[in-house]
Design a protein around this ligand. Structure first.
Ligand SMILES: [Zn+2]
Length: 481
């Protein structure tokens, strides 16, 4: 049976058939880095990280791109409040992001492109759209002419009237039509800006993701993901630009996770009803939060409550306790090779558990059903352990242990329960400060024409997953997978 996922574009569950056999290319919209992430931001991280792990378990190679929006109105406003340069503020919260992600067991993506590092790609795309008259410049801004793209609305399936309601807040004097959206925004005094054919300015959010997805994955890549709130206008606008630019389909499958709500209302910074992940990590280990997020189907809304988290803590503790007991019984023995003793029905249940687990995740990534299969195995194992004597059945016990580790640790990423300690802001600040310091040393080395030293610093940082790029505006760095 193939992996099937619900495709927002077609409103159907479909078999996932990658463009290139054995290789899945996936882009997921990442955070705007102006604050610590809240639980609602954490859900897509965990969902898509687990989905990636599952695809790998099913034998696919996965190229996973998750961006950082490090140029944005909110970043500029927050930087002004904190008295920081917007680039410094964004780097600070990128470092914080990686601490939170690590606490949740979220692996770094293959690439984490940052907008500030891809202005040339974005400008090239916008310039081509203007040349082909899909976009127009007006007083230093550039807008996409929505009526030039016949497919507009195909993802969100909204009528023009409905889309207008969403766009009303954006009506500005120099747009030709209220639905048109900004690809390039003219610089306002005091804001960061980059040169462009239309004068100094910065890219619009929708252009950033479209250009970076195309840059790393090419057109017609497999999966574009994100929160359900991004369907309109963000993803609709990405499609309009990318498909007008390349003349090809943009992404073939669209996956969207549901909201996290509090008392049935969407958790968001603007509503002020959010829980910072960092606050929750002070009370619950990362694996428990991950377990909690995966206990609800990714497309369903998840109404946040502490009792739910406490329930997850108890549930995951049972898995860990069973695993610990197995380790203790098996001792140092590899166990996998041991076949002594009669075959027990539990042995068959291990095989059945794997089948049920895979069938559940193949069916639109049904994590709660997959977890229920593991719960059943844990229950049976516990009653088996209560009856069996040490020394017998090593093969059976080893099979259970291998199954729990493989599915609970490698695929779901919720074991071991101990996980990582909650990170501190202090660590993130120190990491950012140290990288900045090294880059200053490198810049001095370059001034003294000490190329060997400059190259060594760049290479060693690359070894730590930090990419360094020298641009006319100075040296920038970003996290790479
Ligand atoms: Zn995006």
């Amino acid at each position: 049976m193939p992996v099937t996922i619900y495709n927002t574009l077609t409103r159907r569950k479909e078999a996932l058939v990658p463009g290139e056999p054995g290789q899945v290319r996936m882009y997921v919209c990442g955070p705007t880095t102006y604050n610590l992430i809240h639980l609602g931001n954490a859900r897509p991280l965990v969902v898509f990280d687990t989905f990636r792990r599952y695809l790998e378990y099913r034998g696919y190679r996965v190229t996973y791109v998750q961006n950082f929006t490090d140029i944005d109105d909110k970043i500029i406003a927050r930087a002004a409040e904190e008295g920081l340069d917007p680039g410094v503020l964004a780097d600070k919260y990128i470092a914080e992001y990686f601490l939170d992600a690590a606490a949740l067991g979220v692996r770094p993506a293959t690439v984490h492109p940052q907008v500030s590092q891809h202005i040339a790609d974005i400008v090239a795309m916008i310039r081509s759209l203007v040349d082909k008259e899909y976009a127009y410049a007006a007083d230093g801004n550039v807008y996409f002419a929505v009526d030039r793209f016949a497919g507009y609305g195909k993802l969100s399936r909204r009528s023009p009237e409905e889309m207008l309601v969403g766009a009303r807040a954006e009506i500005e004097g120099d747009k030709r039509s209220p639905l048109d959206f900004a690809l390039w925004k003219k610089a306002k005094p005091g804001e960061p800006w980059w040169e462009s054919p239309w004068g100094p300015g910065r890219p619009g959010w929708h252009s950033e993701c479209a250009a970076m997805a195309l840059r790393y994955l090419g057109s017609g890549f497999d999966i574009h993901g994100g929160g359900y709130d991004l369907v309109f206008p963000h993803h609709e606008n990405e499609i309009a630009q990318a498909e007008s630019y390349t003349g090809q389909p943009f992404a073939r499958y669209w996956m969207h996770n549901g909201f996290i709500t509090v008392d049935q209302e969407k958790m968001s910074k603007s509503l002020g009803n959010f829980f910072l992940l960092r606050e929750i990590l002070r009370r619950f280990p990362g694996p428990v939060i991950r377990f909690y997020l995966l206990s609800t189907h990714y497309r369903h809304p998840l109404d946040f409550d502490l009792e739910g988290l406490e329930g997850s803590a108890r549930g995951l503790a049972r898995w860990q306790k069973t695993l610990d007991e197995l380790e203790q019984r098996l001792g140092g023995r590899a166990g996998e090779a041991a076949t002594s003793g009669p075959a027990h029905p539990l042995r068959e249940q291990v095989a059945a558990t794997r089948e049920t687990f895979v069938a559940a995740l193949d069916d639109d990534f049904n994590t709660p059903a997959a977890m229920a299969a593991l719960f059943a195995l844990v229950r049976e194992t516990n009653s088996f352990l209560a009856r069996s004597q040490t020394g017998d059945d090593a093969g059976t016990l080893a099979a259970v242990r291998a199954c729990l580790k493989e599915l609970g640790e490698q695929v779901l990423g919720v074991l071991p329960l101990a996980g990582q300690a909650a990170p501190s802001s202090r660590e993130a600040q120190v990491v950012t400060g140290l990288v900045d310091l090294l880059l200053e040393v490198r810049s001095l080395a370059r001034q003294h024409r000490d190329w060997a030293m400059a190259d060594m610093i760049r290479d060693r940082l690359a070894g730590l997953g930090i990419g360094v790029e020298d641009t006319p505006g100075g040296t920038r760095w970003e996290w790479r997978g």
